[in-house]
Design a protein around this ligand. Structure first.
Ligand code: SF4
Length: 386
């Protein structure tokens, strides 16, 4: 089934780097990330370990097109700690001209002093975790900020950073369609060029999942969730933000470079607590235990707890699945062959034909992508591809 040898395997040399900062003021009810509340006193030690982990793995500085600092809440660090963090990053990563350096920020923790440090260090994009403007829904999510904090944070972000994005969550228990429309309207008033709109997921182990099990919260009806998704796609398209991935919308040229790396199944570095990476064809992930991470890295040991090397066919299937998430690009047959060495139809012809017949995929002979209906049932299609 392999058609030819891949000339420049995109799974080998990373052109992107993810750096994790796990500290948060409070653990939000829905949060499944490697994030910790009440551990700020460990931040300086963490930064020292992070610097060591990066230096141990990269003997020389390397060029990347994208740096993404996520969390956790990177802006939970003090201005001095943020300066130290960006220094650690700049020591080993050189951003190519026109490259993107994103830092995640929370409305309640970003101030002008921190934003100035980030700007002066070369950060050129902020991803703001707003999630909602509705006080009651923010409370359900156990967010530590109010709707007005989002506007205040944007007053800091907009004059400084040419590129910024906002995250919103729909389908929060108790949410109405009017509230969601209001969230979208308020976000659009700030003229964003990138918005991420996620449906709420009840991840196992979270407070919200526990509340669901104990019937303390009632999930929104499926039909309402779908209506919210439809409204999102329509309103954002009307505002000039095209859906380029199932949950992501951008004005032309403002797509998140870092996420495009993930959705092309290209290699990327990852450092920090719980960070995942894909280097030299191997996926690996660090421990999510802070004390284990610190002790291991300080002792010069690897923080990795799991590794996986995919075979060529598995890798190609995974690439197809990830590319299908890109609602506008989808899978272009020539690009797929070039990047994986596999003919798309030899690998997934039957699945593509079946979902095209059901109206969930569109296939114009050159490109396969989710149909308008397929976007709502994407999980079904993606599952079958791997
Ligand atoms: S701020 Fe973000 S990372 Fe921190 S607990 Fe809340 S959702 Fe998780």
């Amino acid at each position: 089934m392999i058609d030819r040898v891949v000339q420049s395997p995109p799974w080998l040399s990373p052109r992107a780097a993810y750096i994790h900062v796990p500290f948060c003021k409070h653990k939000c009810g829905y949060c499944d990330f490697a994030s910790l509340a009440g551990q700020d006193h460990q931040a300086d030690r963490y930064l020292a370990a992070l610097a060591r982990e990066i230096r141990d793995q990269l003997a020389e500085p390397c060029q990347v097109d994208s740096i993404f600092v996520g969390g956790g809440t990177p802006t939970r660090l003090t201005p001095d700690q943020l300066a130290r963090l960006t220094g650690i990053i700049r020591d080993r990563f050189i951003l190519t001209p026109g490259g993107e350096w994103t830092v995640e920020a929370n409305p309640g923790t970003l101030d002008a002093a921190k934003a100035d440090v980030l700007l002066e260090s070369g950060v050129n994009r902020i991803s703001l975790g707003a999630q909602s403007y509705q006080p009651g829904l923010l409370q359900t999510l156990e967010r530590e900020h109010g709707g007005d904090d989002v506007d205040r944070a944007l007053e800091i972000v907009r004059p400084r950073f040419g590129r910024w994005s906002m995250d919103l969550i729909f389908g929060v228990p108790g949410a109405s369609i009017e509230q969601w429309q209001d969230d979208l309207d308020r976000a659009l008033r700030s003229q964003p060029e990138h918005l991420s709109c996620y449906g709420l997921v009840y991840e196992k182990g979270t407070e919200l999942h526990r509340a669901l099990r104990e019937q303390k919260v009632v999930p929104v009806e499926e039909s309402l969730e779908r209506e919210m998704q439809e409204v999102t796609i329509d309103r954002l398209r009307y505002a000039g933000l095209a859906q380029y991935e199932i949950s992501n919308f951008a004005c032309p040229g403002h797509e998140c470079r870092h996420n495009l790396v993930y959705w092309a199944n290209d290699a990327y570095h990852g450092f920090g607590l719980g960070a995942a990476r894909y280097v030299e064809g191997v996926r690996s992930v660090n421990t999510r235990e802070l004390s284990a991470y610190l002790k291991r890295v300080e002792a010069g040991e690897s923080a990795v707890t799991a590794t996986e090397r995919l075979g060529p066919e598995e890798r190609a299937r995974e690439t197809a699945m990830l590319m299908t998430r890109r609602t506008s690009l989808g899978i272009e047959r020539g690009e797929f062959l070039e990047r994986t060495g596999f003919e798309l139809d030899a690998l997934l012809g039957e699945v593509i034909a079946r979902f095209t017949a059901r109206g969930l995929l569109e296939d114009d002979g050159r490109r396969v992508r989710l149909s308008a209906e397929g976007v709502f049932l994407a999980d079904l299609v993606l599952r079958e591809m791997v």
